[in-house]
Design a protein around this ligand. Structure first.
Ligand code: UDP
Length: 324
């Protein structure tokens, strides 16, 4: 019998790639999204599939959630400008939304997979960050709606596991990039590629010495699927690319070279509570999931640049893009 996976946040960047992969793996997939930051067009490849169904649902309010054998919770704004525009909604979907999905999974004896984040480590004092690190988060800062929202979601997930015996998985996802990122999401890779390809200045925040580790989306989805498939896992697992750590200025220069862009680099004020260094320790993922990212940063950026070029020439994109 075909088994059903529920993907909350299905129209998002990561969610839509996960949907495609689950369909390829033979699952029936129900995608949920309120389309606040996700886009219908991300689901175009899935739409023609007989095993795929989409429901527009806002999980931050009480909602009717369909049954499933496997539940993925990826529903949340995830880029800093987007979650900072709607901090109440971000906290609501991570608390109320996660709670409803956990309850649904419990009723169906389903497995539950939470998409958590490297942001649970805040501005880390330990590099690289292992899962055992408790983090350094400003609980009332501008990023706290996301960081604390995800920390609450992790706490709630572990509570359902300990108190009710629910089979749960927690992925701590580090920076991920690739096709289907929204070009107006304000994130570093989508923004720099768009700027480089349109000849606008690349906007580096601060001096650009802060680092992130960048993982290509196909590798991330593979990690998530492996995490969902292994028989048992206790506690969270970091998913990210430890070899992809680079300064923001380094990324700007690399993107300029790869796209043969003549764009200038300009320096803007650093954003508040911006983490200084982020790099995953993925020893757990290597051992438990036999997983590590395969796509080198250059190769992933070339593929993503191809996508950004196509988006920029599609008429639909022009209305949503910010200037510069
Ligand atoms: N950043 C930047 N210019 C931009 C967008 C982002 O310098 O136009 C910086 C941002 O301040 C941060 C880093 O790039 O230091 C990564 O930002 P992103 O929003 O991609 O992800 P996150 O902060 O959630 O890791």
């Amino acid at each position: 019998m075909t088994r059903t996976a529920l993907v909350a946040g299905a129209a998002g960047f990561l969610g839509s790639h996960l949907v495609d992969r689950l369909l390829r793996d033979g699952w029936a997939v129900v995608g949920l999204d309120n389309l606040s930051t996700g886009r219908r067009s991300n689901l175009n490849p899935a739409r023609g599939h007989t095993r795929f169904r989409f429901q527009r649902v806002d999980l931050s309010r009480p909602a009717k959630i369909p049954p499933a054998d496997l539940v993925f919770q990826l529903a949340s704004p995830a880029s800093p400008p987007r979650y900072q525009e709607d901090p109440i909604g971000t906290l609501a979907v991570n608390s109320i939304g996660t709670g409803q999905l956990l309850e649904r999974a419990y009723r169906d004896s389903a497995r539950f997979v939470l998409a958590s984040t490297s942001e649970v480590y805040g501005d880390p004092e330990v590099v690289p960050q292992p899962e055992a690190y408790w983090g350094h988060v400003n609980p009332i800062g501008v990023r706290s709606c996301y960081d604390e929202g995800k920390r609450y979601a992790e706490a709630l997930t572990m509570a359902w596991h300990r108190q009710r015996g629910l089979d749960v998985r927690i992925a701590r996802i580090f920076n991920t990039y690739g096709p289907r990122m929204a070009l107006d999401d304000g994130r570093v890779i989508s923004t720099f590629l768009r700027q480089a390809l349109t000849g606008s200045p690349l906007t580096v925040h601060g001096e650009g010495t802060q680092t992130r580790s960048y993982c290509y989306v196909d590798d991330m989805v593979d990690g998530l699927v492996r995490l969902a498939n292994v028989p048992t896992v206790a506690g969270p697992v970091n998913l990210g690319n430890p070899r992809g750590e680079m300064s923001v200025l380094g990324v700007a220069e690399l993107i300029r070279r790869l796209t043969r862009s003549h764009s200038k680099i300009v320096f803007l004020p650093r954003t508040r509570d911006d983490p200084e260094r982020r790099r995953p320790d993925i020893r757990r993922a290597r051992t438990l999931l036999r997983w590590s990212p395969r796509t080198p940063l250059r190769a992933g950026l070339v593929r993503t640049a191809r996508y950004v070029r196509t988006e920029l020439t599609s008429p639909a994109s022009h209305s949503v893009l910010p200037a510069g």
